[in-house]
Design a protein around this ligand. Structure first.
Ligand SMILES: [Fe+2]
Ligand SMILES: [Fe+2]
Length: 160
């Protein structure tokens, strides 16, 4: 008799475990699948990509390097795609801000082509580092990181 009671009790524990697991599953499926902190980070990167788009467009306009226009325009297009990728996660439309593009354009004229290329290369490498913690939860970020590495190489190829 005691054995039978124990068995019934075990089934009860088993059932409640399944119920809890199901509830957790339903709960996580109805969530946006990202923490508030991750969302804020993604929004910050999305803004950064939009600003980078303007920076490269500005440089494409003012560069005197024979391949500068082509290379900067190609990178600018990538940055626009990166912003769109991040928007697919954040579901928010942001506007590019021109402040950095104006500053970089000013530095280009004041301190020269190679100085700005150095800045761009550093910026691209820094962004790869910043993206790294997010790529596990947001798989499309790997492609962005690959592009940023390529951008650093493309910028370096413009050194005179
Ligand atoms: Fe980018
Ligand atoms: Fe980039």
């Amino acid at each position: 008799m005691i054995g039978e009671n124990q068995n019934q009790f075990e089934w009860l524990v088993f059932d409640s475990n399944i119920a809890i697991r199901l509830l957790i599953l339903i709960y996580t499926k109805t969530q946006t699948n990202m923490t508030e902190e991750q969302k804020q980070q993604l929004l910050k990167f999305q803004q950064g990509e939009l600003n980078a788009l303007l920076i490269y467009q500005r440089l494409a306009k003012i560069t005197k390097h024979p391949k500068g226009k082509e290379v900067f325009s190609e990178i600018a297009a990538d940055e626009g795609r990166h912003a769109a990728t991040l928007r697919s996660y954040t579901k928010k439309v942001l506007k590019p801000r021109a402040g950095k593009a104006i500053l970089v354009g000013f530095l280009y004229k004041l301190l020269g082509h190679n100085f700005v290329i150095g800045l761009l290369e550093k910026g691209e490498m820094k962004s790869i580092k910043s993206y790294r913690p997010l790529k596990g939860d947001f798989p499309k970020i790997q492609k962005i990181m690959d592009d940023e590495l390529r951008h650093a190489e493309m910028a370096k190829s413009l050194l005179t």
